[in-house]
Design a protein around this ligand. Sequence first.
Ligand code: LP5
Ligand code: MN
Length: 246
Amino acid sequence: MIHFLSDLHLSPDTQGISRLFLDYLAGEARTATHIFILGDLFEAWPGDDTLDDPEDALGRVVVDELRALADAGTKIAVQHGNRDFLLGSGFAERAGAVLLSDPYLLVLPNARFVLSHGDMLCTDDAEYQAFRQQVRMPVWQQGFLSKPLAERKAIAAALRQQSEDSKRAKSMQAMDASPAAIEDLLRQHGGATLIHGHTHRPDRHEHRVDDTCVERWVLADWHENHGEYLAWDGAQLTRHALRPTA
Ligand code: LP5
Ligand code: MN
């Protein structure tokens, strides 16, 4: 089995989600040969030195449990989301994971998947795309990461608030993947099934690209009492719900 999941937004404020995820890592994830985490594993990631922050144990707990899963034989791949695009080699090494490009083409014996967080597809949201372009520049990231961790955490918190405020003024359509961007990506990856998250609108869509029908699966975001992963068993994709144990 191969699992795909995204948009957990792990934070010390959402302990139910953390518990669901840690239970998943110790349980159902062990039956997977590979898990692909397609972005926004964390609510905000101000840099890998957060793993040495005495005030924040969550990152350490998560990397330790990811590492235990990797040591038990499951391969772990992580893509950047718009909240945790600063996950770096320090995180990956400690978690026993590999960081994937976005998009990433996964070629299997009888299927091809194109994997993306999904924020790059929201091209009608020009404000966000300008922000994204800026913060994905290595030189910008070096400058940001050279600030003290406490300052970066404060900036991240301010940006989260600003993001919630700015979203109120945006249309639902602007915050969804745009048809043109989807079509371009599907065409570039000739017929591969697209799997992405970010929009928090779990669904299965069919797109016609150059007379071929191509599937697009949108992953679910996680909540305090509900998580979800998509599983590929070699023949089909199915959604699996995760619920808290009593
Ligand atoms: O995340 P979500 O779901 O609320 O909304 C996203 C887009 N917002 C973001 C911003 C993040 O939420 C902020 C958290 C980042 C934490 C990172 C950690 C540390 C790095 C911080 C360094 C910058 O991604 C939102 C989209 C929405 O998805 C739907 O697709 O609409 O886009 C925005 O809200 C962005 C605004 O439209 C534009 C913001 C301009 C801010 C200008 C500041 C310039 C940078 C200054 C850096 C100090
Ligand atoms: Mn996202």
